[in-house]
Design a protein around this ligand. Structure first.
Ligand SMILES: [Zn+2]
Length: 239
């Protein structure tokens, strides 16, 4: 299964608005306010964009491409031990295959995010009908397993296009990007993943993976980093 996210990183280093990357028609900075009914022009890349104001020192950990029978339980144990709530961006066919893991995630108080049915890439290259099918089928698969519906959508690879954003909007899903990407799926070593995650500050959305490959580096890095970030005064919130 090719469940890896494509590189969409170094946004922070480049100083770009994270969610604007990959969007063909980026929102105009300082432009007129858009009508409430209009779909988002870009995916959310901060906690405030998803949850609103009043979330002082909040950060969000998102965990993508699972659930996976080997790695998801390790991540869940770690989150429980660290007192951290996270958001799981699930692939629909993984949710279908491992419904007990989906229910365990929900019972632990984590949030669910639709991450397409089969994680095809580049996601934005699919035709509109296929984009809709991917979102709709994943929504059914995750809801059937979880007993509750995701309210969020993340495009595979963070590959946002106007058509993808429109489709998410039609299903009532908030498009969620990220702002800290350690590229853990490239297996750069736990210390490299740790360094990246430790750059997190209030409002950030962190990206890690429990699916798509061997995630021992990710689990090792999270075990080291979560207590440190909490000690720094950051609060982990489920989106
Ligand atoms: Zn992914």
């Amino acid at each position: 299964m090719s469940a890896f996210d494509e590189p969409v990183s170094r946004r922070r280093a480049l100083g770009l608005a994270a969610a604007a990357v990959g969007v063909a028609t980026a929102a105009t900075v300082g432009g007129a306010p858009t009508a409430e009914a209009a779909p988002a022009k870009a995916a959310a890349s901060s906690v405030r964009e998803v949850l609103g104001r009043g979330r002082k020192n909040a950060v969000a950990l998102t965990i993508d491409d699972g659930p996976h029978p080997t790695w998801t339980p390790k991540v869940l144990d770690l989150l429980a031990a660290s007192g951290v709530r996270a958001t799981f961006s699930m692939i629909g066919q993984q949710a279908q295959a491992y419904p007990k893991l989906v229910r365990r995630i929900v019972r632990a108080g984590h949030a669910l995010c639709n991450h397409s049915m089969t994680h095809p890439q580049p996601f934005g290259a699919l035709d509109t009908a296929a984009i809709h099918r991917q979102i709709r089928d994943a929504q059914s698969a995750i809801s059937d397993a979880a007993g509750t519906q995701p309210n969020l959508f993340r495009a595979p690879g963070g590959n946002w296009t106007p058509a993808v954003l429109d489709a998410a909007d039609e299903y009532g899903l908030t498009p969620v990007g990220w702002s800290v990407d350690p590229r853990d799926w490239t297996l750069p070593g736990a210390s490299v993943i740790e360094e990246s995650l430790l750059t997190a500050s209030a409002g950030d959305i962190l990206l890690c993976h429990d699916g798509g490959g061997n995630r021992v580096q990710t689990v090792t890095a999270l075990a080291a980093v979560l207590p440190q970030l909490r000690a720094d005064g950051l609060r982990f919130v489920a989106l």
